[in-house]
Design a protein around this ligand. Sequence first.
Ligand SMILES: [Cu+2]
Length: 118
Amino acid sequence: MTSKNVWIAGMAAPVMIAILLLFSGSAGVTANDQSSAAAEVRIDNFVFGPQTLTVPVGATVTWTNKDDIPHTTVSTDGVFKSKVMDTEDKFSYTFDKAGTYSYYCTIHPKMTGKVVVQ
Ligand SMILES: [Cu+2]
């Protein structure tokens, strides 16, 4: 009885490792199946470019400040809000819902842009 229990315990560890490997393997496949679109907006000379960006649902948009002046990227509806970005600073946001997202620079409110998610 005792020796049988020891034998089962000895088998359990390799089996568990095999199961864990199986699960981690399938998780990797799932991650590869997800399409992750990415898009960029460049801030240059007080302009968001492109001013209107159209991306699929789930896309991550990255804003990069190419100006030698600090800027922010803040959603008009409070959906996202960057810190003050110095030159070459980046801000990213992933859009999980379809819609039109207007944004502006809080330092220079005349700077506006739009992300259309569809
Ligand atoms: Cu600005």
